[in-house]
Design a protein around this ligand. Structure first.
Ligand code: GLC
Length: 738
């Protein structure tokens, strides 16, 4: 529709029609046969509000959406179509590894392809906007939503944020793709003590340097929407934070799109102690710049009284409605309210072989090989060794993770499926034990139906499973032990204080250790767990995350060497929970453990645990061996504004590999103390066995800059260290001066 016509439409709307556009309700308000008995009783939403509402969350599927849209348009005097939004965070029906796994791929280009593939599925399913990517930086795996983040580094997270937005919105101007809503603005991942929904509190230096860059990258990549966080930042709920939305997002970053609250977060301003009641909450959120009130009664009940009491100007409402109508118009919904929703298109687009192929590759590159003693991997099927696959994740289809809300679990390739394609009948499988046996956990966790099975075997069955697993192990030459956390122990509202395997799994693991057979341990989890004991007693250790629909194929491809593992951790794996929160880019302190002039205890360390993580950011193994040498740094910054960095890599192993070459700096003295290492660039390069090649980087001097207490960016002259290598700890070093 022409802009002028859209302006006329806005002018024609009555107040309640305008307010309706700012209200988002969930599916039951549109599908429930008797709306008066539905959830509206909890929200006090009138039928009129439902009929005038502007958007819906988590209604998906072509037929479903076409029916709801058709019914809605018939009630809408101005035929304003609904916006359909859904949580399509790391896949729609074909599910990719969880983002903390995709972060380990260090391959934004591949992830962009995956998100384009996801958008094609969701487009056919009628979805207009996805509540993704979630780009919250996280340094504390006690937080359940670590699952959705690409990790602890602002630069790496920013590359993925850009790639995900570009993937979702590929072809958007030509009527394809789906609009991206980046979340949760801002710093939700800094929840104190890793406790879900807890407050975040930090300096502006930390906020600008670490927590904001990925949101900014998503906005600069053209994300059409931003979702505010449920939490407070420095004492102000993000959903009513004028400074964050008006000054940072709109003025500093130039964002002109729609801002939506998180689920009921407008109403929760009351619980935060920031608003007196629903009306006050509505005023504070709208004045701060939140355009759409997701699943709360505040805007529906509060905006009109505020207007009538002169506490709110109609301009504020008009501006918000204009942004919502503009998004609908830019998606072509006035011309075609059904957009891509097509059952025919679903059949030819969803879970196709080509979609699975992309998912398999992403999953392969997300797995991280953490240990491989005596090069026990890859297994050679010609060795005729018998393999026992033992553990609760061996034949489990729930490899998708908590936010795969629209995923097809039946489509999952299990670890057994994948490995059996290589070994056939030579493979013996035994579950051994349940994932967890904690009844209280299931009762309190509020099982989400269809998302994960609540399985607690009887003691008798558990005992039989245990015995059968040991018998199977004793007949085998090699054991592949699958373990990890239950999907419901991770994701939103999945904060944990103990990050080790449950007692029943450790009991099985230690019994397997007693067989003295080599054990290849595969860990399924939505976050880094505490694997110290398991790592010590396993010959090989693979972090599988929730590896997605093609997880079984990808694991088998790695184990049998069809693929050389290339995953590198995008988040530190702690030695124990007491070290948390932690990240590789910490400050030196005045008494650094290894270089302080003080001796003994008076240095920055723990007296009861190592300072370092068990496995560091950027770490991961591949098959074979490479040698890094001849790091060169040509400093042309004065003339060209760039550093020219080059390093030579020799593949001296017998396998081709994809190598993640990582570039870090340390600003040795600065007006704001800088981390001992900070990632500023990386390249994932393919190196054939026997090949030697140079890998070059052109480092813009702005990559050397940092933010000060006022949030101002500065590049300061002085001495720098440059580190280039295979992880945040294993690098060659050079010095240069700016
Ligand atoms: C949830 C989450 C958010 C999600 C929204 C809609 O509470 O915080 O990430 O997009 O509600 O489901």
């Amino acid at each position: 529709m022409e802009r002028s016509k859209l302006k006329s439409l806005l002018a024609e709307l009555t107040l309640d029609e305008k307010i309706g556009q700012l209200v988002q309700l969930s599916g039951e308000f549109y599908n429930a046969s008797d709306i008066s008995l539905g959830p509206q009783r909890k929200l006090g939403i009138t039928q009129r509000t439902v009929d005038l509402s502007g958007s819906v969350l988590n209604v998906v599927g072509a037929e479903n959406i076409r029916a709801v849209q058709k019914d809605h348009l018939q009630k809408s005097k101005h035929a304003i179509p609904l916006l359909f939004m859904a949580d399509i965070v790391y896949g729609y029906r074909t599910i990719y590894p969880i983002p903390i796994g995709m972060g380990s791929s260090w391959n934004p280009e591949l992830i962009q392809k995956a998100y384009k593939s996801t958008a094609e599925e969701a487009y056919a399913g009628g979805v207009h906007v996805t509540f993704a990517p979630m780009v919250d930086l996280v340094r504390d795996p006690r937080w359940g939503r670590t699952l959705e983040s690409t990790g602890e580094d602002p630069y790496l997270n920013s590359q993925f944020a850009k790639a995900m937005v570009n993937g979702f919105q590929f072809g958007l101007n030509e009527g394809k793709g789906i609009a991206s809503c980046v979340k949760h603005f801002a710093a939700y991942g800094a929840a104190e003590a890793g406790r879900e929904y807890n407050s975040a509190d930090m300096s502006l230096v930390n906020l600008y340097q670490n927590y904001l860059p990925a949101y900014k990258a998503a906005v600069k990549a053209g994300a059409k929407m931003v979702m505010t966080s449920l939490s407070t930042l420095n004492g102000v709920p993000s959903t009513a934070d004028r400074w964050l939305i008006q000054d940072v997002l709109r003025k500093q970053w130039g964002f002109e799109g729609v801002v939506i609250s998180d689920y009921a977060s407008v109403f929760e301003l009351i619980q935060h102690g920031f608003a007196k009641d629903a009306v006050d909450a509505a005023g504070k959120a709208l004045q701060a710049g939140v355009d759409i009130d997701m699943k709360s009664p505040c805007y529906a009940q509060g905006l009109q009284p505020l207007l009538e009491d002169g506490k709110l100007s109609i301009d504020k409402i008009d501006d918000a409605v204009w942004r919502v109508l503009t998004l609908k118009n830019n998606l072509g919904l006035f011309e075609n309210p059904y957009r891509g929703a097509s059952s025919e298109l679903e059949k030819t687009t969803i879970l196709t072989e080509s979609k699975r192929k992309v998912a398999r590759q992403v999953s392969r590159e997300s797995l991280v090989l953490l240990k491989n003693d005596n090069d026990i991997l890859p297994l050679n099927i010609k060795d005729n060794k018998s393999v026992a696959l033992i553990g609760p994740y061996s034949s489990e289809k729930e490899l998708l993770g908590l936010w795969a809300v629209h995923g097809d679990r039946q489509a999952t390739v299990t670890f057994e499926d994948g490995i059996r394609e290589y070994l056939g009948e030579k493979l013996n499988v035994a579950k051994g034990t349940d994932i967890i046996r904690d009844v209280a956990f299931f009762d309190q966790s509020g099982m989400i139906p269809g998302l994960a099975k609540k399985v607690i075997s009887s003691d008798e069955i558990e005992s039989d499973n245990f015995k059968s697993a040991l018998a199977t192990a004793n007949e085998a030459d090699i054991i592949i032990f699958t373990c990890g956390e239950h999907t419901m122990q991770s994701g939103e509202a999945g904060s944990r204080t103990k990050l080790r395997l449950p007692e029943n799994q450790m009991r099985l693991f230690n019994a397997l250790v007693q067989t003295n057979k080599p054990i290849i341990t595969v860990v399924v989890s939505g976050r880094p767990l505490i694997l110290s004991e398991v790592a010590e007693k396993s010959q090989a250790l693979i972090q599988a995350w929730f590896p997605g629909t093609e997880g079984g194929h990808a694991l088998a491809d790695i184990i049998f060497g069809k693929t050389n593992p290339s995953g590198r951790l995008s988040m530190s794996m702690p030695f124990n929970e007491g070290q948390l929160p932690m990240s590789y880019n910490y400050l030196s302190t005045g008494r650094p453990e290894r270089t302080s002039q003080h001796v003994g205890r008076f240095v920055s360390r723990y007296i009861d645990a190592p300072t370092k993580p068990l496995y560091s950011f950027g770490y991961g193994l591949s098959y074979g061996k490479v040698r890094y040498h001849d790091l060169q740094c040509v400093n042309n910054i004065q003339k060209s504004g760039f550093l020219e960095v080059s390093i030579k890599i020799d593949n001296v192993g017998k396998y081709d590999r994809d190598e993640v070459v990582q570039v870090y700096i340390h600003d040795i003295e600065a007006s704001i103390v800088q981390p001992i290492r900070r990632l500023i660039d990386f390249k994932k390069v393919h190196i054939r066995t026997g090949e030697s090649r140079a890998v070059n980087f052109l480092i813009d001097k702005n990559k050397l800059g940092f933010y000060d207490q006022q949030g101002n960016f500065r590049v300061e002259p002085g001495r720098f260290k440059l580190f280039v290598g295979k992880s945040s700890e294993d690098t060659l070093e050079e010095n240069f001066v700016l």
